[in-house]
Design a protein around this ligand. Sequence first.
Ligand code: FAD
Length: 421
Amino acid sequence: MTMHRRDFLRAGSAGFALAAAGCAWMPGAAPKARVAVVGGGFGGATVAKHIRLLDSSIEVVLIEPNEAFVSCPISNMVLGGFKTMADITTSYAGLARHGVRVVRDTATAIDLEKKQVRLARGDAVAFDRVVVSPGVDFIWEQLPAMATAEAQARVLHAWKAGAQTLELRRRLEAMPEGGVYVLSVPEAPYRCPPGPYERACQVAAYFKARKPRAKVLLLDANADVTSKGPLFKKAWADHYKDIIEYRPNSKAVDVDWRNSTVKLEFADVKADVLNVLPPMKAGTIAAPYITANRRWCEVDWTTYESKAAKGVHVLGDSLQIAPAMPKSGSMANGHGRVCAAAVVALLNNEAPNPSPTLINTCYSMVSDKLAIHVASVHKYDEKDRTMKAVPGSGGVSSGASEVEGAYTMNWAANIWADALA
Ligand SMILES: Cc1cc2nc3c(=O)[nH]c(=O)nc-3n(C[C@H](O)[C@H](O)[C@H](O)COP(=O)(O)OP(=O)(O)OC[C@H]3O[C@@H](n4cnc5c(N)ncnc54)[C@H](O)[C@@H]3O)c2cc1C
């Protein structure tokens, strides 16, 4: 029988990766199956590692363009000047130690007929099942003047941690004393509901220490703070009374980027440093699996298999959320664990767990040391085929505390390790 180049690559690459990783699986031994994972963030890294932990005879290839994982959680503290990029960066070496083959490339298409992920630079990656966890992309059409690369370089979002996080910090440092930092928040749902309010606190903490006459103006498209509202408002009143101004019902409709001005429905607001979070949708590579509001992907919550395509699983922020489910790293990590177990079951001709549970804890640092949290438990409802928050299972902090600040750092270290170590 002739061995196709693809099959050769499959056996060869798998044998090499696992031999390099020191695993028991012998070079050249045929893998049971191959899973391709697109995106090495919270969802993708978790599913890749946990498939290998559950069944080391399944080959896993993770496709990710970035050299290392940079965490959005804690990235607001880089803006505050309390953490560095090194503090929020983790190498992919831990995944390689589990026998995951990490391919540094961008997926350009998923060919379901050929069962291949096509890459921008390298050879296509064949798969038996594919998991897609590309996070969010932005709906620039809703801010028409922001369509060009030049505009996007001038007005930052810093909502994907990395180069923009550093550049925004640089601009805040360069902003003159007495200047105004404007943060524009889109209508929910968007990545990390409390993230913008935490960002306002972090920037305000920096101003309080270094530029006490500077202001943070929070322009929120929503009618009220979308997460931990009373706790954030108390933190603003207690610590940043003359620094943070909150304006609800202030939806951005465009940006005059040449003049650092955000255009609201009935007013224009000029900033010294302008930070606009555009409306969001599923990451572009997941576009064929978008089934809800032309923005998000629906799945079977027991397997994370797309409602639009068999054999394709979607995780993380790209999903159409179930009721009361935030778009968070905590959730994406949970999706990755449940999906890993389901994919392993399916590839072993077993039934996936019919009743998965997810737990979310979301901390927000309101200063360099003080934090608040919200937590919830979500259980699969077999009748309605969706995840539902378990009544009475969740809760919020009674107030900001240093103890919670320490928990926040523990939470981050734990989730980075669960996904990547
Ligand atoms: C400022 C901020 C603070 C936050 N704080 C918290 C917090 O405290 N707690 C919390 O739980 N969550 C927090 N979040 C939310 C959290 O970061 C996201 O919910 C989480 O990252 C979602 O995981 P994901 O796997 O869906 O996407 P990501 O983690 O963004 O991973 C997506 C990956 O896919 C890759 N990718 C995209 N397209 C392709 C392609 N075509 N080919 C290959 N790879 C591709 C990207 O490079 C990226 O690495 C915060 C977010 C922000 C912005």
